[in-house]
Design a binder for this molecule. Sequence first.
Ligand code: GLA
Length: 357
Amino acid sequence: MPHEHVRAFAPGRVNLIGEHTDYNQGLALPFAITEGVTVRAHALAPQADGRRLVEAHAADLGESDEFALAEPRPARGWRAFVRGTVAELERAGYPLLAASLRISGDVPPGAGLSSSAALEVALCLALIELGSPRGGSAPRTDAERTDLARLCARVENEWVGARTGLLDQLASLFGAADTALRIDFTTLEIEPEALPLGDWRLAVLDSGERHSLASSGYNERRAECARACELLGVASLREADARDVERLPGPLRLRARHVLSENQRVQDAVTALRANDLPGLGELLNASHASLRDQYAVSTPALEAAVERALASGAAGARLIGGGFGGSVLGLFGPSVPLPAGAREVRPGPGAHVIGE
Ligand code: GLA
């Protein structure tokens, strides 16, 4: 007997360091945050004509959608994520039921905290669980989770038009309390790294500028990296030699420099964390931001102002997080350093899971 009701939660993420490295087969160090998206699903009987419908309600927006499970058509905004996730799960052969979905969450959309990955992953878990025999609790293995991350990335790529990598989905699926994840995007190996913050705090500041990955320069940056690889004759920038990079033309040289140096900063951040060197981690955050601004060119005046506010308040380091072109800034604050107005503390929390009925 399949379930009649299920609930699933998937977190957003903060990337401690390692930005724009995922689609370059590099390294990143994200963690799942305690905020996320919850999807409550219940099974619906098929229509009189046999059609199986999906009804979705976005509680925070007060908006709804309805479509046939067998043939979701493209849509815009949050509906694209729901329809795309259903379509990709169907295509992958998951047994889905007609369903009513109620979506709610506490990750602000467009703030660079990956509300979209949280939405896709929570939908996947709820729909898979609803359609599976009792006790299914998919996904059970790391391989299943990695496959789901890929499925969610196809939703972004093909239904939303953002050519994102796997960073956000892997962070949401593999997160764990008090833990960051060192992800190697060449092998998709994920190593948990303890985040021993003690009296220190990590906090995000919203730049106030919404970003949409599909329409921002994100896809253009990806294309630039692909072009740099072509010119260098390598499959990914992970394989590029730093001396060869210096011979690339204008902007491509800067983009590749960022990626190579950012991979190194991820390694250095892991070393700093293991040595409990939080001031050292702060310096790496500052260096990452400077590279994202000057070499990768994904900062904006609103993001610069948010970084300034964090540093003026006494942060040991601050940087833009996510794709850039708007969204949020992450600051690392030492003991008794006040958080700037409007900053929200973020903590590493558990990864996506089924909550039950
Ligand atoms: C967005 C994308 C990720 C990643 C980051 C930049 O969050 O969804 O795949 O590329 O930008 O690091």
